[in-house]
Design a protein around this ligand. Sequence first.
Ligand code: NDP
Length: 448
Amino acid sequence: MFDYDLFVIGAGSGGVRAARISASHGAKVALAEEYRVGGTCVIRGCVPKKMLSYGAHFAEDLSEAESFGWDVEKPVFNWGRLRDLVQTDIDRLEGLYGNTLSNNDVTLIEQRAIVSGPNEVTLANGDTISAKIILICTGGWPVPASCEGAEHAISSNEIFHLEEQPKRLLVVGGGYIANEFAGIFHAFGSDVTIANRSDTLLRSYDQEIVERLIEISTAKHMKLRMNAPLEKIEKLADGSLKVSFGDGGDPDIFDIVLVATGRVPNSNGLGLEELGVEMSANGAIKVDEYNQTSVPSIYAVGDVTDRVQLTPVAIREGHAFADSVFGSNPRTISYDNIASAVFSSPPIASVGMTEAAARDKYGDGVNIYRSDFRPMKNVVSGRMERGLYKMVTAGDNEQVVGLHLIGPESAEIIQGAAVAVKAGLTKADFDDTVALHPSMAEELVLLK
Ligand code: NDP
């Protein structure tokens, strides 16, 4: 009766997973993508960012190499070379994602598609295709600046393709993207300023941990301009950008202005309002716990639903959708205790409640344990940076309801500990676990 059982719009993490698993359950699947297979995470997000972050780490390692017996000639960083190497690897990954689709008999349609009926999509070339189920996985899009001269700023989409490394970089915003790129370009040798509209960075993270990041960043001469909303960007004759802020301070001159002030659901112009699909004010598609919209044949997963804007969440939602709709296994996913990390320098990692959130919920029943330590590698190299691990417990049995880390490799360390928090383990369970020595992770079972 229909051309396809499932038509997926958007080949990002959620869409590719949903298409592949639905096909493996026997569904006839097509997927439309207007840009590149892989979506934000693979093409212009997590993956290339992590590669740049690896590149940035060499700055520290090379500067400390002498303390570990190595003589290294004055190292020189070549932005163009790293940029091109990263893009070559992204091409490779895009190919692998394409192979995954074809190996699973998913028909890839490299065009924009919009929804033109409860069971119909229309492609950019005017063709219409019918499908029993339509799944929207169009992700999110950076919020552009709204000040005068905003057209001179770039977003995280463009930062991976810069012709030249900026000597002076302004990063606007205080969230994930701002802190990650500030750390990366500072390590490459750029003069980096972060300007944030409020006095709070990384609002959803434990603020004691964020304070430590601020201390370390300012000690490294990264500039932080708080309560400094962007007012105006002017392009000067030499191509540099003169930026005015609403903090009463002087304007400053930069080569690149990166705006990282959040991402909104990418649902505009998809034909959804016309069909009566319910959406939030910011364009998020409203779905139930089974990812179904208010129009029963239309589903949505990932950032376009604005639940938790993280790749592994989109992947889980896509997988659960496929199992529920085509695998005779209706299931939902749990949004509790999702571990997350900011790949700042040093990285921050977290799972569960911040101290403030726990105190709101449990009042006096909260206890805090900390380890404030200097990683062994920093002691040997003479680097003064200290790590900080913090545990939040609640109730008489001291269940661990939050873990918050800043320090080298903290993103690698939190994942294992997140299993313990998810399982509802207690401070006594952590204390009963013998330390693995010497490591930074051992601080988790030595908290006082
Ligand atoms: P975030 O939501 O992390 O942070 C947005 C920042 O911009 C906040 O500091 C916010 O301030 C500020 N802001 C919001 N609106 C305005 C405005 N109108 N003017 C000025 N400042 C404003 O957004 P990002 O863009 O950094 O990242 C988007 C999402 O992408 C993240 O939420 C995350 O889910 C995902 N991501 C995840 C990564 C990871 O897992 N490592 C890495 C990169 C992105 P305030 O706090 O005052 O609202």
